[in-house]
Design a protein around this ligand. Structure first.
Ligand code: ADP
Ligand code: MG
Length: 319
């Protein structure tokens, strides 16, 4: 029997929600924000052919569609609470829907975030999630809070996800172990939600790296009215073979490859010990990679302190 729109929603996108919430099934969801907190609202769309390959594993797609949204909550220091899912599907195929919804809810359960509604329509595959979180009023991590003299930190290595994209496009050939690492970074990013929450009151600004390290850091620099300097040798490197790390493509991915979903944040030098303590507590390889100063733009210094000429800084849909 064919699956109609309402069966599909009931079967794959309806889960019990917390008692205080009216979730899927009415004309609108009802939620109550906590006292003293602001709502943080963000949306991200994934389109076949643009954000993912047509043959992408549906479990990975469900995971990633939510992960990229959770990453925005992380970058604001917000606690994710609720999300909606608007999905266009070429056909109502249980063999696709079951793993997609499993991947989606695996991550939703990990962060205690509830699917409270959405919209479902036939059409070319398109997945749009809107997420709503909460953050202590006035304490959100914004892009415009960096101060001259602040350190720049990264929550983990960049570049591997973009290397997986290059492999899938046939632009380079990764050996199995390198490919497994890069594909996991691309398909199953771990949003840094816990870190984001713990950076409230500690970091001065934050952004998640979706478009490329240099391009995303440039947003902090511009919004804060400052210049950012990165030291190439201080950037953490992914756990890849020496041959891959030596490829010219790798440096481009490290600095400008998107899809990493690590956090880049700034903090006063007085917070170094606190950030390092957080790194051990959360078991995250937080790395100090540069600093903010008067001026504008982002520069990357090489091993001898000379600025690199950057051909490409990140991904831009319309560039
Ligand atoms: P309406 O006709 O009022 O727009 P719909 O028939 O589109 O309502 O949706 C019925 C219910 O199912 C609503 O509560 C809506 O939020 C929910 N819903 C629809 N699609 C999805 C989806 N993909 N994921 C979660 N909830 C959904
Ligand atoms: Mg509707």
């Amino acid at each position: 029997m064919a699956l109609d729109e309402f069966d599909l929603i009931r079967r794959y996108f309806t889960r019990a929600t917390p008692a205080a919430v009216l979730g899927v099934g009415d004309d609108a969801a009802l939620v109550a924000p906590s006292a003293g907190r602001q709502l943080a609202i963000s949306a991200d769309m994934l389109l076949e052919g643009r954000h993912f390959f047509a043959d992408t594993d549906p479990y990975a797609l469900g995971w990633k569609a939510l992960a990229v949204n959770l990453s925005d909550m992380a970058a604001m220091g917000a606690q994710p609470r609720w999300f909606t899912l608007c999905i266009a599907l070429p056909k109502a195929d249980p063999a696709w829907l079951a793993p997609f919804s499993e991947g989606l809810f695996a991550l939703a359960d990990q962060y205690g975030v509830a699917l409270i509604g959405g919209d479902t329509t036939a059409g070319p595959l398109n997945i749009a999630i809107q997420i709503i979180g909460e953050v202590e009023a006035g304490l959100a991590l914004r892009r415009d809070g960096a101060q001259a003299g602040d350190d720049i930190w990264l929550s983990g290595p960049t570049g591997a996800a973009a290397m997986a994209v290059r492999h899938r496009y046939g632009r380079l050939q990764l050996a199995d172990a390198d490919l497994a690492y890069c594909a996991a970074r691309l398909d199953r990013p771990q949003p840094r939600v816990t870190l984001g929450r713990r950076l409230l009151g500690l970091a001065s600004a934050a952004i998640d790296i979706s478009d490329g390290l240099v391009a995303d850091l440039a947003h902090i620099a511009r919004r804060s009215g400052l210049a950012a300097t990165l030291n190439l040798l201080d950037l953490p490197q992914p756990a890849l073979s020496d041959e891959v790390l030596a490829l010219p493509d790798f440096d481009v991915c490290l600095l400008a490859g998107g899809d990493d979903y690590e956090l880049c944040f700034t903090a006063a030098p007085a917070q170094r010990a606190a950030v390092q303590a957080l790194a051990s507590e959360l078991k995250l390889p937080l790395c100090r990679v540069g600093s903010m100063a008067a001026g504008q733009g982002v520069q990357v210094l090489d091993a001898v302190g000379q600025p690199l000429a950057l051909a490409q800084t990140g991904f831009n849909h319309f560039a």
